[in-house]
Write a protein that binds this ligand. Structure first.
Ligand SMILES: C[S@@+](CC[C@H](N)C(=O)[O-])C[C@H]1O[C@@H](n2cnc3c(N)ncnc32)[C@H](O)[C@@H]1O
Length: 376
């Protein structure tokens, strides 16, 4: 074929015997499974939002009436939801007794009591993304992106997710990942959090390390307001929040530690932000970048259990919000290889990538301006 010949994708021109009917059937089953799982994800989200999982975790096997009464919800809706949960393999049902129950092993990953292990709260992102599907489809045809403002609930969901991780892991597991960091924070250092959102990470650190000073930057006025309110309700005098586009960090430093929790990959101009962070660090400072765990090569993510979710979140949020600002649209699965290269290009001489057992979504990048021999 010459370079000018059109490529045909017309299956009718292929010999019939190249289509394996068993493979077609198996694949159709796979697609039906995907649609079924997506449907279960949406109804899982409803179970979280309505508090039904929390209610059921505290009840013995109960009728739909009893569950609806305990949850203060309308029985007809609860009954239909219970049926969805049964066929989705989430709850158990005794047809003779007319009762429904949530096994404790399922409650362990579906209730608010489960904290950071509560996966039902993650299911809420499916509805959030579905909300902008039409706008994203339009972008396939017309280009551009869907702006942050289109996601009414984004900051609330992000804050709900970050809160548990921040409270369960940050001080006891994330800080110790970096040699000497706990000691420096205890003695007192200057810390900035980039794209701080509603400020859970910053406030948790400020509470744990009162001798250090913390500033959070974000360009969402609502998120900054929430961060301020939370800091003031905890009486934190060492934490402040500033409304700022972090594409320009000039005049903010120097900082001994800069953190970014899931806030680099959806930047419009991530390379400029990384350079700005490097510029604002003290010579012996460090950058802790927590970002999505993935390879930069899609074929290496095929066996990553979170990958379908990551690419969906990227397509329907992270990539498109960046493109909406005429940004680079890096995407959530920019991956270790690209992230490490970009950190080096921004001026970080040493980049270590660590994993945390309790966090299956993120990698932890510890980047320093000096050589790897440098200590915290
Ligand atoms: C995925 S959220 C993470 C928020 C928070 N760090 C957390 O973990 O909950 C990314 C955050 O970056 C903020 N952001 C994105 N681009 C920004 C920019 N150029 N300047 C300031 N904030 C930005 C968004 O408003 C959002 O709060």
């Amino acid at each position: 074929m010459t370079a000018t010949e059109p490529v045909t994708h017309d299956l009718t021109t292929r010999p019939k015997d190249t289509v394996d009917p068993a493979r077609v059937e198996a694949f159709a089953g796979q697609i039906l499974g995907a649609i079924a799982d997506a449907s279960t994800a949406l109804t899982l989200s409803i179970g979280h939002r309505t508090g039904l999982f929390d209610t059921m975790a505290g009840l013995p096997p109960s009728t739909s009436d009893e569950i609806a009464t305990a949850a203060e919800l309308h029985e007809r809706y609860v009954r239909e939801w219970l049926a969805a949960m049964l066929v989705g393999g989430i709850v158990e049902h005794d047809p003779a007794a007319g009762t429904w129950s949530l096994p404790p092993e399922h409650a362990a990953v579906l209730t608010r009591e489960a904290g950071k292990d509560n996966l039902a709260k993650l299911a809420q992102f499916i509805g959030l993304l579905a909300d902008v599907e039409h706008q994203v489809v339009r972008c396939f045809r017309e280009g551009g992106g869907v702006p942050y403002e289109a996601y009414a609930e984004f900051h609330a969901l992000m804050a709900e997710d970050s809160k548990d991780v921040a409270e369960d892991l940050l001080v006891d597991e994330v800080v110790p990942l970096v040699d000497g960091l706990a000691e420096r924070l205890t003695r007192g250092i200057r810390v900035a959090d980039i794209g701080c959102g509603s400020g859970h990470h910053l406030n948790v650190l400020a509470l744990a390390f009162p001798s250090s000073t913390f500033v959070g930057y974000d360009f969402s006025a609502d998120a900054i307001e929430e961060g301020r309110a939370a800091a003031s309700s905890r009486g934190l005098e060492n934490a402040r929040f500033e409304l700022r586009d972090v594409t320009d960090l000039s005049g903010t430093g120097p900082f001994d530690l800069v953190t970014a929790f899931d806030a680099i990959h959806d930047q419009a101009h991530p390379a400029s932000v990384l350079r700005g962070i490097a510029d604002q660090l003290a010579a012996d400072g460090m950058f802790l970048m927590v970002d999505i765990r993935a390879s930069s090569h899609p074929h290496e993510n095929v066996d990553l259990p979170t990958a379908p979710f990551l690419y969906a979140v990227s397509l329907l949020h992270c990539m498109t919000v960046s493109l909406a600002q005429e940004g680079t649209g890096l995407g959530a699965a920019w991956g270790r290889q690209t992230a490490t290269q970009m950190l080096h290009e921004a001026g970080f001489a040493s980049v270590d990538v660590r994993e945390l057992d309790g966090d299956f979504i993120n990698d932890y990048y510890v980047a320093r301006l000096g050589s790897p021999a440098g200590t915290a």
